[in-house]
Design a protein around this ligand. Structure first.
Ligand SMILES: [Zn+2]
Length: 353
């Protein structure tokens, strides 16, 4: 039997010791090198892209010298780490720990591993998930070949019901309704793995109100001429108008030799294991963050962890300031839970594909 990838030496190129023993200066140099990769670490204005600048604080803060710009910036300006308070090495430590959790890393664990406040770890982990989601939402290449689509609901635990023989049924129905209201639908659109292809099969996730909303998204996301596999849910019927579509009736079998959505199901089983085994629960309003994280991990599961570490840092430095997470704890109770279902659909349809 072939060796599991995570057991092979190829999988292990990241040394936690080298990250944790890094000086703050070296960590800072790494940020500069990755942020400004094309100029080998030389500062570039985040607003106009000019390399001409004045130095405000040696090796820390610059001012763009282009007359119409004059933007002041640092290595994290305009990125998801803007206004950071953590040391650069601490952020790298967090990324290293986060990289190695193949089913994710809970904030409760992260705060212990890198010794920070729980709130700090919570926001940082969500920022890393948001950065992982860049590929999920901003990769404009269409999916092709054989593509599977499926939906599953996450979040919302059944409430414990007191043993009241008089109104037990009523309480049970109310608890179920409450649970359903808390649940969030995730739809995955996944290329089937194909060894002839020289890149990993792509996994894209969407947080939607109903599975049928995936059809207009797929018209933009999936290349014409691809073969689509879906289950028998009637919301997928209109896919036949756009793609060669195969359907599998899950009440009869999971694969009939013609159609199956097993790779989409296997993505959900990874997410379910993460929900139950790592996160305990998936927070309302953030289901799409966990889905993006799991899609990214699934897609890159055969890459060495040293590469994954670099990819997360590079995605984070390419991610803009997070509108949802910036100053999250300072503005608790404001607009954090703006209708995520609607926002997700609008974002997916405006990809410009
Ligand atoms: Zn500028």
């Amino acid at each position: 039997m072939a060796q599991h990838f995570l057991l092979s030496s190829k999988a292990k190129t990241l040394s936690l010791r080298s990250v944790f023993s890094m000086s703050e200066e070296r960590a800072y140099a790494k940020f500069k090198r990755i942020r400004w990769i094309s100029t080998k670490g030389r500062p570039v204005c985040p607003k106009c892209g000019s390399e001409k600048h004045w130095v405000l604080i040696a090796d820390r803060k610059w001012k763009c010298s282009v007359a119409k710009c004059r933007t002041q910036f640092s290595v994290t300006s305009g990125t998801i780490f803007a206004s950071r308070k953590l040391k650069f090495r601490k952020i790298l430590e967090a990324i290293a720990i986060f990289t190695n959790g193949v089913l994710g890393v809970a904030a409760l664990r992260l705060q212990r591993e890198i010794k920070v406040e729980y709130k700090t770890a919570w926001v940082l982990a969500h920022k890393l998930r948001e950065a992982m989601g860049i590929d999920n939402h901003d990769d404009f290449d269409e999916l092709d070949g054989v593509v599977e689509v499926d939906g599953a609901v996450f979040g919302g635990k059944p409430k414990r019901i007191a043993n009241d023989p008089v109104n037990w049924e009523g309480l049970r129905a109310a608890s179920k309704a409450e649970q359903l209201a808390k649940k969030r639908l995730i739809v995955v659109v996944r290329e089937r793995e194909d060894e002839a292809r020289d890149r990993p099969a792509r996994v894209r996730t969407f947080h939607l109100s109903k599975e049928g909303d995936a059809v207009p998204i797929m018209r933009k996301l999936v290349k014409q001429g691809s073969i689509v596999h879906a289950d028998e849910a009637s919301q997928y019927d209109s896919l036949h108008g756009y793609f060669d579509t195969k359907r599998i009736n899950h009440s009869k079998s999971y694969s009939d030799g013609i159609a199956c959505t097993n790779q989409a199901e296997s993505f959900f089983s990874r997410m379910r294991r993460a929900e139950r085994g790592v996160y305990n629960s998936i927070g309302r309003g953030y289901t799409s963050y966990y889905a993006s994280e799991m899609a990214w991990r699934e897609e890159n599961k055969r890459r060495p962890n040293g590469d994954l570490f670099g990819m997360i840092l590079s995605n984070a430095l390419a991610s803009p300031i997070s509108r949802r997470l910036k100053g999250y704890w300072q503005r608790q109770g404001s607009d954090n839970c703006a209708d995520p279902d609607k926002a997700e659909l609008i974002r997916a349809l405006n990809l410009g594909r």
